[in-house]
Design a protein around this ligand. Structure first.
Ligand SMILES: C[S@@+](CC[C@H](N)C(=O)[O-])C[C@H]1O[C@@H](n2cnc3c(N)ncnc32)[C@H](O)[C@@H]1O
Length: 413
């Protein structure tokens, strides 16, 4: 079975804050990324077979009936497939790859904690006072503070010492393996895709103020800042380490139109002002059933009339999403510390937008293709082989997730 290979991690773009990664660490990262891709490409089909041949015969009509809450989440399949050796191999490899990946990235970041701070001090030396606004009194939302999302030790907010930014360096290094290289050389293929989508679909829309909520270290914020160089861009996140690192990273890449602000999305108020474009990328799936509707309300309140909110997320389940697919897509909730995925997949985003105040006629649902910066990234990245003659034709983009196409939900105000 051909395996789509990620690029060599050493071909990734290095910005001014990129941690130093030695030979052995690069080798480990490359093995993990390729193994992740191989598991996805080969063992996944075995899991489908295990479902059909081992789990399905054990499932009752009620276990498969989508009006049954356990079937709705795929939990009935999870229980029936658990004894299968193929499933166990697939699941334990996925878990092990993620654990080793996050621990490797954490180790890389921790051993240069002081050096990162010194680099940031130099890069931020002559920045304006409002380029970075931290709020030490912020209560990091419980769903972030308690989860270590996707097995990242300490999550996005942990500070080992004042000024610590290792959480951001960890996230920056680790996303390559998790995304199997499909986030591109700068980890910004979502933001680049979003900027292209706006240019193609709404070429006259020129936002003057942009808010990126849950911006982390600004990886997907900067493509918007580049697309609208006249705009003032605010990158909001709950994690101080992400913002410190993000500001220095942005400056090292020549950006001066982005402010990094610490805050919780469900507490956004007038102090940030109003915006023409409010973006989120991969944020809502890490929130909660209480926070999500509140954040949408705050987005509505913070948008100027004629403004737009665009949110890149995993698509929700449709009424006919098969039970097996539900199980597969909720797997991360159970085994990869993504506790809100189950509820998110069952949500109706359009209804949530209406409840937040958006007019039903102004709501949108679309797909955004990731933009991998083809001029700078090896042409074979994400393809079947590193050898030209073995390349398969890339699949046409389809609306889905997992790097093929981002699901977008949003609305005009
Ligand atoms: C999966 S990361 C995505 C980061 C970035 N948008 C990207 O595209 O890579 C989710 C980010 O959202 C932030 N976040 C989640 N919930 C938040 C909230 N309620 N308020 C502020 N930031 C939040 C987290 O701290 C984290 O940095």
């Amino acid at each position: 079975m051909p395996v789509p290979l990620p690029a060599d991690s050493r071909s990734l773009y290095r910005h001014g804050m990129t941690p130093d990664i030695n030979h052995d660490e690069s080798a480990r990262i490359n093995v993990l990324a390729s193994l992740n891709a191989a598991v996805a490409a080969t063992l996944s089909s075995g899991v489908k077979l295990a479902y059909e041949q081992e789990a399905l015969p054990k499932l009752t009509a009620e276990d498969l009936d989508l009006s049954n809450p356990k079937a709705q989440t795929g939990a009935t399949v999870r229980e029936a497939i658990r004894p299968s050796p193929v499933y166990q191999s697939w699941a334990s490899l996925r878990r092990m790859i993620q654990e080793m990946n996050r621990q490797t990235a954490r180790h890389i970041a921790l051993r240069q904690m002081g050096d990162l701070q010194e680099r940031a001090d130099v890069l931020n030396g002559d920045a304006n006072d409002d380029a970075l606004t931290l709020d030490p009194s912020l209560n990091v939302p419980r769903y972030l503070a308690n989860a270590d999302n996707h097995l990242q030790p300490g999550g996005y907010h942990t500070e080992i010492e004042p000024g610590d930014m290792t959480a951001a360096a960890t996230y920056d290094v680790a996303t390559f393996v998790t995304a199997m290289g499909m986030f591109g050389p700068k980890g910004d293929s979502g933001g680049r895709g979003m900027a292209k989508w706006l240019a193609e679909r709404h070429p006259t829309f020129k936002p003057k103020r942009i808010l990126d909520i849950g911006a982390a270290h600004g990886n997907n914020t900067l493509p918007l800042a580049a697309a609208f160089p006249e705009a003032e861009v605010v990158a909001l996140d709950a994690g101080a380490p992400m913002l410190r690192y993000g500001q220095a990273r942005a400056r090292s890449m020549g950006f001066s139109n982005v402010r990094f602000v610490q805050g919780a999305a469900e507490e956004i108020d007038d102090s940030l002002g109003t915006f023409d474009l409010i973006q989120t990328t991969m944020v809502f799936h890490e929130t909660s059933g209480t926070a999500l509707p509140e954040i949408l309300k705050r987005i509505y309140a913070a948008l100027n009339p004629g403004g737009l909110t665009t949110n890149l997320e995993q698509p929700n389940f449709t009424p006919d999403t098969p039970v097996f697919d539900r199980f597969l897509r909720n797997w991360d909730a159970w085994y990869n510390n993504e506790p809100f995925w189950v509820q998110l997949h069952g949500m109706d985003f359009q209804a949530a937008l209406h409840t937040a105040g958006f007019h039903p006629d102004k709501c949108i649902e679309s797909g955004v293709n990731p933009d991998l910066e083809p001029d700078q990234y090896p042409s074979w990245a994400g393809r079947i082989s590193r050898h030209d003659h073995e390349h398969s034709k890339p699949e046409p983009a389809k609306q889905g997730y997992n790097g093929e196409s981002w699901y977008l939900f949003g609305a005009w105000k």
